[in-house]
Design a protein. Structure first.
Length: 354
């Protein structure tokens, strides 16, 4: 139960249901930012090479735990929830091994070529992945979908809406009991689909898609650190996402999609897609909910609906946010490079207390 005053919010400790931690030095640089705010996080598997087997997922989990210890995070205070990267060749046996491992909690669908490190993604979901989908439905493990078609003939701003028509509707018809999370929805179409869909369907929403529309990509020139996939959309879509996140519907919950890239790879002739929000995620969400006059809805969105959908217990510890100005740093260390957080240099009205 949250307690709120004019300048303090104490909420059940939240979880991040969509997170990129990378590996190696990059992992070591960013994992502490998430662990300071969240008790658990669904860890994306799009490494190079991708995490396609349970054995690889468990090895990656060990590397994350070592990085947590090196960052000074106390043992047991943060739990990485691992995922597998779905391919055209993922077997039913691999899904069963993942389900029985106790450490793998979902399988991620990246349409081939949709985003960072997705070249090994699925080319024909219902044509080539039925053994894996059958096993997922039977074991109750969620399928997490990057909801964009990758047809080069489709406008980048229309890819999510067409994904509903071309992929989600046939998938739900074929597998009505399959748990599906429509990741990082960005459109009114996506919000309405998830709101009204039959069966176990939910969606994550990022802070950048709650706070910004596509104009933010071009204010004062090209803004590479605002560039993510799915890309920011029109204002009408941002407003629809805010309405969904603050509606009290249990189908919508927090997933930052925090995706670190070195500064030079963002400020580049072919800049990488991804916004780094792990540093200040809860302050960003608090801003979005306060702008919507819905701070009373933040705890359920951030801390309750995600574990409920995944069938996990809610956290028993708390997180305190204080009304205190926080100036987002211009950059932070990232191994031998630097990393620019989303909205660097801007001020936020809320700050997470240690």
């Amino acid at each position: 139960m949250s307690t709120q005053s004019f300048d303090t919010m104490v909420i059940t400790r939240p979880d991040d249901w969509h997170l990129h931690l990378r590996d190696g030095d990059a992992l070591a640089a960013v994992v502490g930012d998430t662990a300071r705010q969240f008790a658990r996080a669904i860890i994306m598997p799009n490494l190079k090479p991708p995490v396609t087997t349970t054995e690889q997922a468990l090895a990656y989990r060990e590397r994350i735990e070592r990085a947590l210890a090196a960052a000074g995070v106390s043992a047991g205070s943060f739990t990485p929830l691992m995922t597998l990267y779905l391919t055209d060749n993922t077997s039913a046996d691999e899904i069963r091994r993942a389900s029985e491992s106790g450490s793998v909690y979902a399988v991620k669908l990246y349409p081939a070529g949709a985003t960072t490190n997705s070249d090994a993604g699925v080319t024909d979901l219902l044509g080539k992945c039925r053994p894996a989908l059958d096993a997922l439905e039977k074991c109750g493990m969620p399928l997490l979908v990057h909801g964009e078609v990758t047809d080069p003939q489709v406008d980048v701003f229309d890819r999510e809406a067409l994904f509903i028509e071309r992929v989600m509707l046939p998938l739900r018809a074929a597998y009505p009991a399959l748990k599906v999370v429509f990741e990082h929805i960005t459109t009114k179409d996506g919000a309405e689909y998830v709101r009204d869909a039959e069966g176990p369907v939910a969606a994550t929403i990022t802070p950048q898609h709650l706070l910004y529309n596509r104009n933010s990509l071009f204010q004062g020139g090209m803004r590479p650190h605002m560039y993510c996939l799915p890309i920011l959309k029109r204002e009408v879509h941002r407003q629809a996402l805010v309405a969904a996140a603050t509606s009290g519907s249990k189908r919508f919950f927090l997933g930052t999609d925090s995706a670190p890239h070195a500064r030079g790879l963002k400020e580049h002739a072919c800049g990488c897609a991804g916004c780094y929000t792990a540093l200040h995620a809860m302050a960003l969400y608090a801003k979005a909910f306060e702008q919507a006059d819905a701070l009373d809805k933040l705890e359920a969105f951030a801390s309750h609906y995600g574990p409920d959908f995944y069938g996990l217990p809610r956290n028993t510890t708390t997180l305190t946010l204080k009304r205190q100005e926080y100036v987002i740093p211009d950059e932070v260390p990232y191994g031998a490079d630097t990393l620019v957080p989303l909205a660097a240099g801007e001020s936020l009205a809320w700050r997470v207390q240690a």
